[in-house]
Design a protein around this ligand. Structure first.
Ligand code: SF4
Ligand code: SF4
Length: 83
């Protein structure tokens, strides 16, 4: 049976996850976007805006991205990647 995590092992795991997330970057291909706005709806930090004229999303504040992956999972066109 696995031992329960100690405070230090849990903390270390979080540090490792944070390091991995910080090294990820968001890539958006506007040519694949069909303007469904899922990214705009789910982003917890408001990175996306809507270009209603062109009917596509705009990655307006990439510097605010916390790499949570929500927009990547929700985009039905696979227009967004974290790598
Ligand atoms: S969820 Fe995908 S297809 Fe929809 S607006 Fe965002 S990037 Fe475009
Ligand atoms: S990965 Fe998360 S924080 Fe970054 S743009 Fe997508 S939804 Fe927003």
């Amino acid at each position: 049976m696995n031992k329960p995590p100690t405070f230090w092992s849990s903390l270390w795991e979080h540090v490792e996850i944070a390091r991995t997330l910080r090294s990820l970057r968001l890539y958006f291909d506007p040519q694949m976007c069909t303007g469904i706005w899922e990214c705009y709806e789910v982003c917890p930090v408001g990175c996306w805006s809507r270009d209603l004229e062109r009917g596509i999303a705009v990655l307006e504040k990439p510097e605010a991205c916390i790499a949570c992956g929500a927009c990547v999972l929700q985009c039905p066109e696979e227009a967004i990647e974290l790598r």
